[in-house]
Design a protein around this ligand. Structure first.
Ligand SMILES: C[S@@+](CC[C@H](N)C(=O)[O-])C[C@H]1O[C@@H](n2cnc3c(N)ncnc32)[C@H](O)[C@@H]1O
Length: 353
């Protein structure tokens, strides 16, 4: 589904506050509240109140006082702030990984990018910003409820569904060939349980030299997708990494790492599409104890079967969110998230169509 968004409809990303803008208010104890400015609106804390109209026309980063003379810092949320606070159906790509994805997948203005699954739309928002209005993002999601949450979240941030964004409900491996002509896609980003199932379809859709990037939560998935990329014969040697970001407390003489950090989110693995018919030159390896052969790989990942390049291998075992240690939300919890996301979009006067 695609809808038109004009520049005038988009909430401003900078400049003085206006109605429809989201504003983060940081109170005296450092507690953060995010509000949407509406005519006649009021922000109440347990001590005092601020009328929304008092913020209208003020520069971003202003300080306002409530009826108890307490000071509040008013800032427009950054994309990372919005993403971390928006309703979630599935686990989101955190801003630290989204930033790496934009760089490692080489997302550029004007690119045609395919993404699956869309989940809560966190990565979609970053990809849309990077492709710009000259580019296009085609997102795929197998579950309608997640697609609804993502549409509402993206509309809440952007003011309406961007004209250069579509969400197709279906499994990428089936929907991609029906939606994208072979050899036309610049970049493919996969954030899903079993990205190896989509390697064949991705190889067909990508332009020669195009980039595939997979974001996976566990080492078992990382190994499985790496071996499938190799087995397909359509890609360069995959490269994998993870990003750990450690915040620092920097105040006076107390300059030290934060006591807490997010220790693990996921791994990123990238590879580039070879030209059709090209065969990856063999690597000249020095003889080492780490030499392995096809039988060794088959023993480690027995479900990577030999087959023609680009054809999805049959899985002999079940991959589920639970089997890799992830919780999946109940249908009831998911329906609540859909309502939350729609309420947020409606508060911002966003058109999701
Ligand atoms: C972790 S979530 C994606 C989160 C998203 N990247 C974000 O930042 O909000 C994974 C999603 O992939 C979807 N999915 C899994 N396999 C898929 C497939 N083969 N095709 C399309 N969607 C798929 C799931 O339904 C789920 O919503």
């Amino acid at each position: 589904m695609t809808a038109q968004t004009s520049d005038e409809q988009r909430p401003a990303l900078s400049g003085p506050f206006g109605y429809g803008d989201r504003v983060q208010l940081t109170g005296p104890k450092g507690r953060l509240n995010t509000i949407t400015l509406v005519p006649g609106g009021e922000f109440h804390s347990h001590r005092g109140m601020i009328r929304h109209e008092e913020l209208i026309g003020l520069p971003d980063g202003s300080v306002v006082r409530n009826t108890h003379d307490e000071e509040y810092l008013a800032l427009r949320p950054l994309l990372a702030d919005f993403v971390m606070s928006m309703p979630r159906g599935a686990a989101i790509v955190y801003p630290k990984d989204a930033a790496q994805i934009l760089s490692l997948a080489d997302i550029f203005p004007g690119a045609l990018v395919v993404e699956a699954g869309v989940g809560s739309g966190a990565l979609s928002l970053h990809l849309l910003r990077a492709v710009g209005t000259d580019g296009e993002l085609r997102s795929f999601e197998r579950r309608e409820e997640f697609a609804e949450i993502a549409r509402a979240n993206v509309a809440a941030f952007a003011g309406a569904a961007p004209a250069n964004w579509s969400v197709t409900v279906g499994d990428l491996q089936e929907a991609l060939p029906a939606t994208c002509e072979a050899g036309t896609v610049d970049r493919i980003v996969l954030d899903m349980l079993a990205p190896w199932e989509c390697v064949g379809a991705a190889a067909d859709a990508l332009k020669p030299g195009g980039v595939i990037l997979c974001y996976v939560a566990t080492v078992t998935q990382l190994s499985r997708v790496a071996e499938e990329l190799r087995r397909s014969g359509c890609f360069t040697h995959p490269q994998a990494n993870e990003t750990m970001v450690r915040g620092w407390h920097v105040e006076g003489l107390a300059v030290r790492p934060d006591h807490r950090m997010v220790a693990h989110t996921g791994f990123l693995i990238t590879a580039r599409r070879l030209a059709p018919g090209a065969v990856l030159p063999e690597r000249k390896r020095r003889a080492s104890k780490s030499e392995y052969n096809d039988e060794d790989v088959a023993a480690w990942t027995p479900d990577v079967l030999d087959g023609p390049a680009g054809e999805a291998a049959e899985d002999s075992r079940e991959w589920t969110p639970e089997s890799i240690g992830q919780w999946s939300k109940s249908d009831k919890a998911l329906r609540k998230k859909v309502r939350d996301a729609r309420r947020l979009a409606a508060e911002r006067g966003a058109d999701e169509a």
